[in-house]
Design a protein around this ligand. Structure first.
Ligand SMILES: CC(C)(COP(=O)(O)OP(=O)(O)OC[C@H]1O[C@@H](n2cnc3c(N)ncnc32)[C@H](O)[C@@H]1OP(=O)(O)O)[C@@H](O)C(=O)NCCC(=O)NCCS
Length: 145
């Protein structure tokens, strides 16, 4: 009933629609431009035919950085985020990447608890990183085979 698949520019509108109802991070143009970068990869989780979660990550040499991760509001806390992140980790290992990193607001308790479950470690802090002046935590996970 639910499945994960790679997504690309042709799913940009679906990603924008999910994002608009979630954290509203990017405009449609920003989604298009993100998927146009050759080093950017996307994985999405679908329930029936609906896209319910998206991860966009960017490969830089032997590391990857998560640029976007969200699960649709109606499907939170049902394990879909964990399934999607496990797939991202698996994909990164297949690509022989050594590290997965991301930035998350210090105030985003749900996301911090979520990444803790996956053993992401906080390795830095960017003061007043967001428009609302919240601090960003820089987190990373070392990938072992
Ligand atoms: C963070 C997010 C992706 C988690 O997705 P999810 O599908 O709800 O996560 P899961 O159901 O797989 O949860 C796995 C574990 O993470 C932790 N967790 C997830 N949401 C939590 C919350 N609101 N409060 C506390 N812990 C939480 C729990 O330990 C949970 O395990 P449990 O349900 O057995 O207690 C989701 O909350 C989301 O999309 N948030 C908005 C976007 C966002 O903040 N993205 C991150 C920006 S970097």
């Amino acid at each position: 009933m639910s499945y994960i698949k790679e997504i690309s520019l042709k799913e940009s509108r679906l990603c924008f629609e999910l994002d608009s109802k979630s954290i509203a991070l990017w405009s449609k143009n920003q989604w298009d431009s993100e998927f146009s970068k050759k080093e950017v990869k996307g994985l999405a989780i679908f329930y029936l035919k609906e896209i319910i979660g998206v991860c966009v990550f960017q490969v830089v040499i032997d590391e990857a950085q998560i640029n976007y991760f969200a699960i649709s509001h109606r499907f939170l806390r049902k394990g879909f985020g964990s399934r999607l992140l496990n797939s991202v980790i698996k994909k990164c290992k297949e690509l022989n990447l050594k590290k997965l990193s991301l930035e998350v607001s210090e105030k985003n308790k749900a996301a911090n608890a979520f990444y803790d479950c996956f053993n992401f470690k906080t390795v830095g802090k960017r003061k007043k990183y967001y428009n609302n002046e919240d601090d960003a935590l820089l987190k990373e996970k070392i990938l072992k085979k």
